[in-house]
Design a binder for this molecule. Structure first.
Ligand code: C5P
Length: 221
């Protein structure tokens, strides 16, 4: 069984996907962390993010391991645990840039399909229900007002003390800009799959969203 949860930044999809996976005893896979990993390694190697061939080489040669852990998932790049560095804003921005490149998407999509092949997974991202697993058993698309999503992102960064020189207004703008890029890119844009269930989380608690998703899953095919 494959459960696809897509949506924009701050929609709550990672938090929810993690809890749903735990409840089902499924594996949780955060595909955003894969694009973030490629951006992270490219920046480390001082590769220009817009240089598709160079970034593609990085994507091919980098060993990205997603290890189930206490916080859902830890990310190891070439054996180094870099989980805590991946949420930084430069990496968010970089991930959106590399994610717009067709070769990178091809490499990442293949890796994601390989991971999903074992089944029993909850996978979150932007294109899981549309491109990676169009045949997923259950598909959800989570959304929320941009201001609310910006506020959530701001709180997350503040909690993790990763908020160098940023304020709420700036974060809301960054979230909106990343959405625009993800929605408007030519390949695998962020959009709701026709058969995905839309959940607007703006005024819902985490528990309410989890309950709605679990009810749908338990209701059968
Ligand atoms: O989900 P997260 O915010 O970690 O994703 C970071 C970026 O990676 C997104 O803004 C998007 O550009 C890209 N992404 C993608 N497809 C996915 C997951 C993430 O394009 N399946």
């Amino acid at each position: 069984m494959i459960i696809a949860i897509d949506g924009p930044a701050g929609s709550g999809k990672s938090t929810i996907a993690k809890i749903v996976a735990e409840k089902l005893h499924f594996r949780y896979i955060d595909t955003g962390s894969m694009y973030r990993s490629v951006a992270w390694k490219s920046l480390q190697k001082k590769v220009t993010l817009g240089d598709e061939d160079a970034v593609a080489n990085i994507a091919r040669e980098t060993k990205i391991e997603l290890v189930p852990g206490e916080n859902g998932q830890s990310v190891f790049i070439d054996g180094e645990n870099i989980t805590s560095q991946l949420k930084e804003e430069t990496i968010s921005r970089g991930a959106a840039i590399v994610a717009a490149q067709p070769i990178i998407r091809e490499i990442m999509t293949a890796k994601q399909r390989e991971l999903g092949k074992q089944g029993q997974v909850v996978m979150d991202g932007r294109d899981i229900g549309t491109v990676v697993f169009p045949q997923a058993d259950k598909k959800f698309f989570m959304d929320a007002d941009p201001e609310e999503r910006g506020r959530r992102r701001f709180t997350e960064l503040k909690d993790k003390k990763q908020i160098a020189n940023a304020d709420l207004v700036t974060i809301i703008e960054q979230v909106k800009q990343r959405d625009q890029e993800d929605r408007n890119r030519k390949i695998a844009p962020l959009k709701q799959a026709e058969d995905a269930i839309l959940i607007d989380t703006t005024h819902l608690s985490i528990d309410q969203v989890v309950e709605q998703i679990m009810k749908t899953i338990n209701s059968g095919p």
